[in-house]
Design a protein around this ligand. Sequence first.
Ligand code: KG4
Ligand code: ZN
Length: 341
Amino acid sequence: MKSPVYILAIESSCDDTSAAVISNTTILSNVTANQEVHAKYGGVVPELASRAHQQNIVPVVEQALKNANIKKEELSAIAFTKGPGLMGSLLVGTSFAKSMALALNIPLLDINHMQAHILAHFISEENTKLPSFPFICLTISGGHTQIVKLTNYFEMEILGETIDDAVGEAFDKSAKILGLPYPGGPLIDKYAQLGNPKAYSFTKPKVGNLDFSFSGLKTGILYFIQKQERNNPNFIAENRNDICASIQHTIVEILMDKLKNAVKETGIKNIAIAGGVSANTEIRKRLSKAEKYWGWSTYIPKFEYTTDNAAMIAITGYLKYIQQDYASMNVTAKARLKVTD
Ligand code: KG4
Ligand code: ZN
């Protein structure tokens, strides 16, 4: 095996086109083109997403190679997101990666996006510690909410998951009720920092020990807002920060309660968070506190590796490459894929 190994990774599962170059476990570049086009529709429009990926993929890959100062002839392998995600979006990355691996005659690595969110913790960074096995990862994104136990890189078990909406959807749908543009999660986070988290209280769902449910909370918030607006049509505008802080506080309480249950049930105190919602300020704060108060070892991803990015695909690609776990050229994109697949 050549050393160091250089891998180009491509992520195109939803609305971000991203490419990264990794040298063993160190990220050399990580370039992402966001798609602004969806904001005015209040959500990702699949047809527009795949079209934008087609426009973005060549410049994004070129930029990633340039930033890494690596020529494509130096690459050892190409990694790409196989799924889960939007089929039209996944196909752009899949066919691009296949053609490039074929042209360069190097191995192809097919990556599960949900595994990659978790394995982003193994990217080498100064001053960050790597998780030790076994550990528990709370995977919180726009499409998923799961508690996963890892006994090794690719040995994962789902201990609990949402029975309806994902936590990212809970943020985005609540934001929509408040008239905020998509994706509303980061905006709720921003306004929450100026508000009182105890101003309003929302009922927490009652579901299985390690499972989640967010659809009831969303309905509760909708009814609450409608009721308040009947008395004061300016309720949202006048209380935006407090409403956002209270919603965020409720969601983070739900997540922390489940993590506490998971620690109690498994005895494992190595706790990681991953996925877009792990960018949230309050969950990051609460987790750091848990380290101090409850003796947990916590792993909070670097901000840029929380929402969708190709760096996480690159590290997962490297971990598969060293096991020579290559994909065949017949591999196809999969819209639905479990973290354990
Ligand atoms: O992992 P991700 O980028 O895409 C999926 O694979 O789903 O996650 C996107 C989700 C969106 O729902 C977005 O609103 C949410 O992550 N999100 C946040 C924050 N940043 C992103 N939610 C709350 N607070 C944030 N700071
Ligand atoms: Zn994601």
